[in-house]
Design a protein around this ligand. Structure first.
Ligand code: PHE
Length: 500
């Protein structure tokens, strides 16, 4: 008979199980199993709870067991001292060992069992009893002791420990039967057939005992979604940049005019990057004309005639037709330009500012394992009087150190809108090589001065992709596993911030 059958038989014969623990002992079953079965029988109405009780069970600790078998240290020490003779401390220690003599000495003195006589010890009491050991033996055999105070004291001395045991009483439930019949959980198509020609082995629904639906059961947990790895790294970068005093730029538009994306940055209209091979042009509407008039004229002028130390790109180098073309922005520097123009033309005039953005850009490039035609750019700029290349190097080092890239190098580079320009390289200790991680520079006067920024104002800026550090952090080799529907949102949820 299995445990459930034994439980049902007991309920049948005695109408109740007074104490689940006693019953488990009687049938030699595990108490927790018996409780589990009683609770499950209760669920089906076979049993009904009558009550529960909790009792304290006292047991001996390892040390308590030692004391119960060998006597307490004080009793052992006392017993080792001869009846009418003094014994030196050294001899006594040799007899009982260090630990007994150390632990027993205090109580022996306090109880006035022994006293000191020079270097020796003699008995004072003639007849002592080892109450502690006696009590421990009582606890060991009965699970409790009559003397509560002594019990508390032994607990303090870590000789005994208390455990609580909960047991239950159960009676017969309203649906009690001697044998439990498994209830059906749900209705099936087969149960619905005609009762007359039910295939053998099938039971008609009207003859089936159904399990009650528990409307109070907790629903299963619904997943609340996951953050995309790019979003997580973006949040981290954003936090770092805000901590450094940067304000976020409003980059929430993807269609941009060529004017803001290229011309305002003093990028020549003949530059190959404007080619349809690198830039996505918008068909409808293909153009726009909403630039500040005077500013547009100054930009056109600097492109053709130069100024601020530049000779410009020459006659015929600037056409409105080219400037007004709508494109998907190729870099967020298009927004930086607009923000700088606003800074120069705001009420009260220019004020120093630090800006950043992290948003999407588009390039009409061939796609491969590391390139897509859209990605995210992290961009930062500082506009202030008399900034130097040293400030740029300093701010870049600080930013990259905060994202975990502590070893950076700079290499002279070219951008149409910055002079000087520097590529940023970071040392990757795992790959053991220097990899390019960003681009930077000081915006050219040909870009800043037509905007109306005062002469002494310099703007230092840098940019990097968000995908590259994210791929390194999450150990993703193919960009298609990061961008788009194939991204594994569970990948290394708790990976530390990128380490190059
Ligand atoms: N716009 C540059 C790029 O797309 C990055 C950059 C930003 C470079 C600011 C210099 C200054 O790579």
């Amino acid at each position: 008979m299995d445990v459930e059958d034994q439980v049902l038989a007991e309920l049948d014969v005695s109408s109740s199980i007074g104490d689940s623990y006693e019953f488990a002992l009687k049938i030699n079953a595990d108490h927790q199993d018996v409780i589990g079965i009683l609770k499950s029988l209760h669920g089906d109405g076979y049993a009904e709870p009558l009550g529960e009780k909790t009792i304290s069970l006292w047991t001996l600790t390892d040390e308590g067991l030692n004391v119960a078998s060998d006597g307490s240290p004080e009793f052992q020490l006392y017993s080792a001292v001869p009846n009418d003779e003094a014994i030196t401390l050294t001899d006594l220690q040799a007899l009982v060992g260090d630990s007994v003599s150390k632990l027993g000495m205090g109580p022996c003195m306090k109880n006035k069992w022994l006293k000191k006589d020079g270097d020796s010890l003699v008995r004072v009491a003639s007849d002592v009893s080892d109450d502690t050991a006696v009590l421990l033996r009582e606890v060991a055999s009965s699970g409790t002791a009559t003397d509560n105070k002594a019990l508390a004291l032994m607990k303090k001395r870590k000789l005994v420990k208390e455990e609580k045991r909960k047991s239950y009483g159960f009676g017969k439930g309203p649906s009690f039967k001697r044998k439990r019949s498994k209830k059906a959980v749900g209705l099936t198509k087969d149960m619905l057939g005609s009762k007359v020609d039910m295939p053998p082995g099938m039971i008609h629904w009207s003859d089936t005992d159904f399990k009650a639906v528990n409307l109070k059961a907790m629903g299963s947990v619904v997943g609340g979604g996951n953050f995309h790895p790019l979003l997580k790294v973006r949040a981290e970068f954003r936090r770092i940049l805000m901590e450094m005093g940067f304000e976020e730029m409003p980059t929430n538009k993807w269609v941009e005019s060529s004017f803001w994306n290229f011309d305002s940055l003093f990028q020549p209209q003949s530059h190959p990057a404007r080619d349809a091979h690198d830039t996505f042009f918008i068909k409808d509407p293909a153009t726009c004309n909403s630039f500040p008039d005077e500013y547009y004229d100054r930009v056109a002028d600097v492109h053709v005639n130069g100024g601020y130390g530049s000779i410009g790109y020459g006659e015929g180098a600037f056409k409105k037709e080219e400037a007004s073309k709508n494109i998907l922005r190729t870099h967020t520097t298009a927004i930086s330009a607009q923000m700088l123009y606003n800074l120069a033309n705001q009420e009260g005039g220019f004020k120093p500012k630090k800006y950043f953005s992290i948003d999407r850009v588009f390039r009409n490039e061939a796609m491969d394992a590391t390139h897509l035609c859209e990605f995210h750019q992290v961009e930062g700029l500082v506009a202030d009087y008399d900034l130097t290349l040293g400030n740029l190097i300093g701010i870049i080092k600080t930013f990259f150190a905060k994202i975990g890239i502590t070893n950076v190098r700079f290499k002279p580079a070219f951008n149409p809108y910055t002079e000087p320009s520097m590529e940023v390289f970071g040392y990757h200790p795992e790959l053991k090589k220097w990899t390019e991680i960003g681009n930077s520079g000081m915006f050219r006067p040909e870009m800043l001065r037509p905007m109306g920024l005062p002469e002494g104002v310099r703007v230092i800026a840098w940019g990097l992709s968000l995908e590259r550090p994210t791929m390194i952090k999450y150990k993703i080799n193919n960009i298609r596993d990061l961008f788009g529907h194939k991204a594994d949102l569970h990948k290394q949820q708790n990976a530390p911030i990128a380490r190059f």
